[in-house]
Design a protein. Sequence first.
Length: 387
Amino acid sequence: MKVGRAGDAPPFLVMDVIAAANARAAALPPGAPGILRMEVGQPGTGAPRGARDAAIAALSAGLPMGYTEAFGLPSLRARIARHYAERYGAAVAPSRIAVTVGASGAFPLAFLAAFDRGDRVAMAAPFYPPYANILTALGMEPVMLPCDAATRFQPTIEMLERLDPRPAGLIVASPCNPAGTMLAPEELAAIARWCHANDVRLISDEIYHGLTWGTVAESTAAAFSDSAVVVNSFSKYWSMTGWRIGWLLLPEDLVRPVECLAQNMFISAPHVAQVAAEAAMDCTEELEANKAAYAASRAALLEGLPRAGLDRIAAADGAFYLWCDVAHLTNDSAAFCAEMLDKAGIAATTGLDFDRERGARFLRFSYCGPAEDMRAAPGRIAAWLGR
């Protein structure tokens, strides 16, 4: 029987690392040191208490929790719109907000509404793998812009100007995964305006907003362009990964196309998750405490990893990742990560997941797990490497 070409999309390698780490943990003898989970961008904290209480209350009341409107509960959309006014000073109509099945559900909706088969869409490399994999599965062509520390692993207008022909779209992420670097507001504004002037649809991934560390100001593409698409999620700052809830902030011309696609592809995001997400947006004190814990883990790793031999780390402006150049230790980061899991009990992600051309010399650590695990990691690595 025929198998569709979309099934040829490359794997998301971090998922394989998760499976290997799970297997390794299950095989440990009683009393052995556990596996330090630094491979996946999943907060070690659960949903905030207010979100859990709201879900419990809704379920206890016997509410049917059926389909909502395709774009989500009107109250949640209004609360997200208020978030843009409070955090960025940006006036956003709730009608432009589409609640989605996580950011993972938002990307195919945005790509299908904004682009056609065969369209070229540019992005910085290294990049979040599903950008390219989803585009490829949809018959679109990812165009890589090789970036490095000289541009803080972010694209520049000069890179875009050199593309011939111009792409149909550009994906930016600030803070980005895997490097954790950010575009300064003036850089994001310049890119947004260049895209608008050149009929290049800007897709701005802002799912790590709220998790920034004071070096670069946080800004939204929606403040600089009426044609940009903004993607966000409750998975990271709000610690709600498994609830599968995110959103799109859409330009007016994409509102109805995305709504029609959402109606047919997803019907709606989970009702109970929407109730919880709305409550989560008012749990600032608890969420800021989570952020403080990430900051402490970040500081411990930035101090300890160089002493362990990993001293080539990208500027970690935001998110909860460290992008490490390990070319002085290996030319095969996949094998390096496998050995680190086996010998040091630390799960990390090979750079090949994020950059197919140069990723063999990089790996990514996630530091959103338990703080005590993050503090222990440099010592384990040092012992393994004989430092």
